[in-house]
Design a protein around this ligand. Structure first.
Ligand SMILES: Cc1ncc(COP(=O)(O)O)c(C=O)c1O
Length: 247
């Protein structure tokens, strides 16, 4: 039931549920690469996505390049003959920069590269990466999808074929299955996703507006604000405004 709901929300053929968002991302990546392969990932992703590439996969012979994802051509420039996987996180962590999902997925398709987008910060309410050509979408369901701070879980959505490959390869090996109770709580959390996302976006806008021009604020990052993120937001989202960060 939960898998069907996630697939419906992301307009995907199928979905899987994991014990954490990090488990969903690790299973998705590890299922599609082997020693000798290369991965291109947006710069400043979630810290443990970075560690997965820089500390775990590098020990097993999988190489990576981090790129400034605000220019899709940076993904093309980073491609090597052994590049097998692109990781996007739109908006990314800390700086909340969006990527042009359609442009990056088109580059990936030209080179038969599998794409994964971490959509945790936008939720399927504001952005559906599969509609823009991305192969798989991951979420930390611990955050917006559940929304009640009482579950740690992750989800992955994509085609039957991609989900079959993750299921056949790493789902059980990594011990990443969620508890039935957490899955039940997550179904409950999803019922209020729409209300929560709109309120969160409105609140982030209000906080950002209040702090605009504040003498003690040196730098402001609001997801979907400022170029080129604002153009990406217009192309691929329906209001990517839930995240704001002030320094
Ligand atoms: C963007 C993003 N992706 C993935 C994760 C990992 O999710 P989890 O905490 O459910 O393992 C997080 C957690 O903070 C995150 O912020």
């Amino acid at each position: 039931m939960l898998r069907k709901k996630i697939a419906a929300l992301e307009r995907a053929e199928d979905a899987m549920v994991f014990s954490s968002g990090s488990a969903a991302i690790a299973a998705a990546v590890i299922s599609f690469v082997k020693a000798g392969d290369h991965i291109v990932c947006v710069r400043k992703p979630y810290s443990w996505t970075k560690k997965l590439l820089a500390e775990l996969l590098s020990r097993f012979g999988v190489d990576h390049t981090f790129v400034d994802g605000t220019d899709p051509e940076n993904y093309r420039r980073a491609i090597q003959p052994n590049t097998k996987f692109f990781i996007l996180e739109s908006p990314n962590s800390l700086t909340f920069e969006l990527q042009d999902l359609a442009a990056v997925s088109a580059i990936a398709k030209e080179h038969r590269i599998v794409t994964l987008c971490d959509n945790s910060f936008n939720s399927p309410l504001f952005q559906r990466p599969i509609a823009h050509g991305i192969d798989m979408v991951a979420h930390s369901a611990t955050k917006y999808l559940n929304g009640h701070s009482d579950v740690v879980a992750g989800v992955l959505a994509g085609s039957h074929e991609h989900m079959r490959q993750v299921m056949a390869k790493e789902f059980m090996t990594l011990g990443a299955a969620p508890s039935p109770h957490d899955a039940w709580l997550l179904i409950r959390g999803l019922r209020t996703l729409e209300l929560r996302m709109h309120r969160s976006a409105d609140s982030a806008e209000k906080v950002a507006r209040f702090l605009e021009g504040h003498p003690k604020v040196a730098r402001r990052a609001l997801a979907g604000a400022g170029e080129p993120s604002a153009t990406c937001a217009r192309k691929a989202t329906n209001g990517s405004r839930g995240r704001t960060d002030e320094h």
